[in-house]
Design a protein. Structure first.
Length: 476
């Protein structure tokens, strides 16, 4: 039964009384509240799609009773808490999509018991810990997407046993060490993305790695190898036959190259000093012109999302404005897919154009390098002469300043919640000061720049327009 784009909120628990129901799609609506645990009564359910709504709360563990479930799709909501370990009891499950929620905790190792799973997509959450090696048992898995989370430690070599895997996204995490050599055994692998991690060492020599663009590896600690845009490793081992083990060690001599580069950089440095003042304004214009169509947001079509924002705000009508700061106005936007986001539109002025543009680029560079559960998540950005935009996650709780100034909300703002908010801010600042390399100083912490979740017990820091990246050897 498909009720997408029809039903009002909330989702009735009476659906659990439909014992013969096999297909339930109520995606792309304004449904709020929680996922009813009573759905466990619909024991013949095979497809459950509640994506792109306003559902909150935790994923009910009672869903493990839906033994015939083939597809569970809860993406694009505000669900929080841990993924229940009972998900592993859904042994016939083929598709599990929990994209773009606020889920935290580890990726449950029990998901490895879903041996028939084709697609596992958990990106854009706040999942922590390591990638569980137990998922290597899912021999049918074709898509594994754990991007944009808080995962750390090494990539388990056991993942190389997933022979049918075609797409692997581990980007925007904190994964460290090197890429396991066992990944060479993934003969079906076609698309990979390991960017924005802390990986080092050589990339692999399989077809998927050789043909991947530089964007699939950028912003890591020290990846090298035979791929476009990457530096060659100082010592490379080439095995053209792959079976006999005959290896030819090629030593790359860098001294002549470095000398040439030094001479060229000296010449260009002198020319740059002479031309810097003349080029300053031209560089800004060129940057805007080159990026006038640049828009990166989730995995959707950037141009389509940009047009959707313009349409949804009626070209940034003031009635959609929910706040205004020194560098821009903030709008609440509901996209056509049902996802609610916050869009920050940079103020454009003749006198302050350069400073505002620097604030915008500062905020982009800072947010793309920071991933913490107490720092607001950035989904995308747009930069061109007409509009410069930042797209953030939407937090229903509003700002700390709004809560404190509202007498009724302030009374309900218990001391335990206030302590949690203070801890969250402290954790975020500690992360920026001590865990980011180089360290970041926010320089504009105030109550309006601290956003809260709907329960008013978790803080998220916003507005990095004046943030400063600090040199480690600086005394400032």
């Amino acid at each position: 039964m498909d009720y997408s784009r029809i039903l009002p909120s909330p989702l009735s628990s009476k659906w659990g009384q439909c014992h013969n129901l096999t297909y339930l799609n109520i995606s792309n609506n304004n449904i709020s509240g929680s996922v009813p645990p009573a759905l466990r009564g619909a024991t013949r359910l095979q497809v459950l799609d509640l994506s792109s709504n306003h559902l909150s709360g935790k994923i009910p563990k009672e869903l493990q009773n839906l033994k015939l479930l083939l597809e569970l799709i809860l993406s694009g909501n505000q669900l929080y808490g841990e993924i229940p370990s009972g998900i592993g009891m859904l042994v016939d499950l083929k598709k599990l999509h929990l994209v773009a929620n606020n889920l935290s905790g580890p990726v449950p190792k029990e998901v490895g018991d879903c041996l028939k799973l084709w697609q596992l997509n958990l990106k854009n959450n706040k999942l922590e810990g390591s990638v569980p090696f137990e998922i290597d048992t899912m021999n049918s898995l074709q898509i594994l997407d754990l991007g944009s989370n808080l995962l750390n430690r090494e990539i388990p070599s056991q993942l190389g046993q997933m022979k049918r895997l075609e797409t692997l996204n581990l980007s925007h995490n904190y994964l460290s060490s090197s890429i396991p050599s066992s990944f060479n055994e993934m003969s079906c692998l076609m698309l990979i993305d390991m960017s924005y991690n802390q990986l080092k060492g050589p990339i692999l020599d399989s077809k998927a790695f050789r043909e991947s663009p530089f964007d699939a590896f950028k912003n890591n600690r020290a990846l090298c190898g035979n791929a476009s845009g990457l530096e060659l490793c100082a010592t490379m081992t080439i095995n053209p036959h792959g079976r006999k083990g005959n290896k030819v060690v090629v030593l790359i001599t860098l001294v002549p190259l470095l000398c040439s580069l030094f001479l060229m950089s000296t010449i260009f440095g002198i020319l740059n000093i002479l031309c810097r003042k003349v080029k300053k304004i031209e560089n800004l214009h060129d940057l805007e012109t080159q990026n006038k169509n640049l828009f990166a947001i989730w995995s959707y079509d950037g141009k389509l999302v940009y047009e959707n924002i313009i349409q949804a705000t009626e070209e940034f009508n003031s009635k959609y404005c929910i706040g205004e700061g020194g560098y821009g106005s903030v709008y609440k936007v509901e996209l056509s897919l049902g996802q609610v986001v916050v869009v920050k539109k940079l103020h454009i002025s003749v006198d302050g154009g350069m400073s505002h543009f620097k604030a915008f680029t500062s905020e982009i560079s800072t947010l793309t390098e920071t991933r913490h559960r107490n720092i607001v998540k950035v989904y995308g950005f747009c930069s061109h002469p007409w509009h410069s935009l930042l797209v953030y996650e939407y937090l229903e709780g509003g700002s700390l300043g709004d809560v404190l100034r509202n007498e009724e909300k302030a009374r309900a703002f218990e001391w335990s919640k206030r302590v949690n908010v203070m801890k969250g801010v402290a954790n975020a600042l500690s992360y920026m000061h001590h865990d980011c390399l180089p360290p970041i100083v926010h320089r504009y912490i105030k109550s309006q720049n601290i956003l809260l979740n709907v329960q008013h017990d978790e803080a998220h820091i916003l507005d990095f327009g004046t943030a400063r990246i600090v040199k480690i050897d600086s005394s400032n």
